[in-house]
Ligand binder design. Structure first.
Ligand code: AMP
Ligand code: MG
Length: 358
């Protein structure tokens, strides 16, 4: 019967389609087995320039695209609130103020609260009120120059985070007149934490947020099941890696003199300053990489450990704990046990002594 013939043809065509679908499915399976190039596993990605830094955000899962759009908008907002040089930022207004209580946004208030808490813990090594001193060095605004001893001595009394007052009832900040804040040591970490919170809320399963190599935050499992591989820069040869860290999740923050510096009369002057002297930190370290659950705290810690050195950092770790670090000196690498266990040195660093410190 015609109908049967038609049915047979239909069944043949359907069988052909099924065979094609099966072949396609097998091909997809094969491609997926090869690794992360699988279309279903391809991450959503964004590249942006904020906070003076090229950032790369990568997220996996059904809601990744929307999540990244929201995260980018949030980070752009944080940049405009927290910039020390943008005349429209809240920090700029605070720095130009006359010492009166100033209401600020929820985010600025939250970050200042974190900074105040962390600063109290980190003692003399970390002061967000260092801005009057860092300004005359010109590391952020230029021109870079070596200030005189007298100049530094006149500015150092303005550096004291204890004088910052935060009123949570009205969300206001009071900074004595003449004092100035620079959140450069932890703003990127805070931005990474906030972006990760937003991504998780919007249903993103996993993400790697790279805020200019010096602040990295990862959460969730990579679709291929491998650990996130984070490069640690060689502080003597920027662009070259000293090694890699394999982590399941958390933040990796690096501070190093190589990130911003100038040379004068054969001497190198870098942007991380010792608040006690107002001069570039001189702990003997070339870079410090901190692994921590909170990127804001990790960011502050890497800056502070670069100033205080390994012994004080270990004291601090014994007191409160909660972080691991790798510190690169000219002749050796110091690593706390948790950091040493996930660090793989590369190139000439494979020959440098690796000292586990606790
Ligand atoms: P990071 O790259 O995270 O180590 O931060 C460096 C930035 O933090 C500098 O560019 C300054 O704006 C600021 N800074 C420098 N030294 C200190 C310090 N001892 N405490 C707090 N902030 C600092
Ligand atoms: Mg920092």
């Amino acid at each position: 019967m015609k109908l049967t013939v038609y049915g047979t043809e239909y069944r043949r065509a359907a069988a052909g389609r099924r065979a094609k679908a099966l072949a396609l499915a097998l091909l997809m399976l094969f491609v997926c087995a090869l690794g992360p190039s699988c279309a279903a596993e391809r991450p959503a990605e964004r590249e942006l320039f904020l906070m003076d830094t090229y950032m790369k955000l990568r997220a996996y899962g059904g809601k990744a695209e929307e999540g990244l759009d929201e995260a980018c908008a949030l980070m752009s907002r944080l940049d405009s609130l927290l910039s020390v040089t943008n005349e429209n930022s809240e920090i700029f207004a605070l720095n130009a103020g006359s010492g009166q209580p100033t209401p600020v946004s929820e985010e600025t208030f939250e970050l200042l609260s974190i900074a105040a808490r962390v600063s109290a813990k980190l003692g003399d090594s970390f002061e967000i009120t260092l801005r009057p001193v860092s300004k005359v060095w010109g590391f952020t605004d230029g021109p870079m120059r070596v200030p005189s001893d007298e100049e530094l001595a006149s500015l150092l009394p303005l550096v004291d985070d204890d004088k910052l007052t935060l009123d949570p009832d009205v969300g206001a900040v009071t900074l004595p007149a003449g004092m100035q804040i620079d959140l450069g040591a932890l703003a990127k970490g805070y931005a990474a934490d906030k972006a990760a919170d937003l991504l998780k809320e919007s249903g993103t399963e996993a993400a790697l947020l790279d805020l200019g190599s010096s602040t990295i935050l990862a959460f969730g499992s990579k679709p291929d099941g491998t650990k996130w591989k984070i490069a640690v820069q060689d502080p003597k040869n920027p662009g070259v890696y000293a090694g890699t860290l394999g982590i399941s999740s958390g933040s990796v923050s690096t501070s190093g003199g190589y990130e911003r510096y100038f040379e004068q009369d054969g001497r190198v002057y870098w942007h991380i300053l010792d608040p006690l002297t107002g001069r570039p930190a001189d702990s003997g370290l070339l870079s410090v990489t901190v692994l921590s659950g909170s990127a804001a705290e990790g960011d502050a810690l890497s800056t502070a450990i670069f100033v205080m050195g390994v012994d004080k950092a270990l004291e601090l770790r014994r007191d409160g704990g909660g972080f691991e670090f790798i510190a690169i000196a000219a002749d050796r690498i110091y690593a706390t046990p948790g950091a040493g266990a996930v660090f793989t040195p590369m190139g000439e660093y494979a020959e440098v002594p690796l000292e586990i410190v606790n």
